[in-house]
Design a protein around this ligand. Sequence first.
Ligand SMILES: [Zn+2]
Length: 254
Amino acid sequence: MSEIPIRNYSEILSRLKNSLEGAGKWVHVGDVTGSTSSHPIEKIVFGEGNEKRVLISAGIHGDEPAGVETICSFIERKECQKFLQDWEMTVVPCINPFGYESNTRSNHEDMDLNRKFKTPSPPIEVALAQKLFISPFDLTIELHEDVDSSGYYFFHSSLDDVQSALIPAILNNVKTVMPINLDSEIDGMSASEGVIERSGLDEDMDWWPMAFYSLSKGTRTCLTLETATRFPMQTRVTAHLKAIETALDFFDKK
Ligand SMILES: [Zn+2]
């Protein structure tokens, strides 16, 4: 693909670098190289060594910039710092930089990366994302947005039910900013009060999204958060921030 870039990934990295002020460890994960350009994949680790571990990622679908913007806000506004007593936080601002720059869901090879986590030889972006799972996370949060949705919803996958208090807490806090999508079916999947339960790892599935790979690596709870694109960017970002902060506040390590 050779779309003309409409967004600049290096600007995102500069914003994040400029806002760190010594906090957080910047780690180069690897490079995504296409025929005409190459993009670094970076992660930032805050509170290294803390007991609870969370991975927050965005931009696996390039045409969903609200997640990337949420990560910038989370770090620029120092919102992340109040959680660093308890959490080691790994943040990946954008998994699919080519898609982000060209505003395409897929990468430069026209692959939907969030369908490739069970593929034996995955695309480089997925291979780099898989490298993040060196040791198990307690919680992984993936940030998405949905152009068709009337409101906020999320996928919840957990290997235990200890974190069930998370679900109403997130919904209650998010709905102060954006309505919840209350449809009984969202994107062809059965939903209840804005939540699509994927109760565990589906070994029989032909393909895995990142959340299933995450479960397979020992993550206890995965949240795939979907903000609704029909709302202004700032509202989409605020809704995501509410959900992230609620999850970090409520998560109770067992
Ligand atoms: Zn998405």
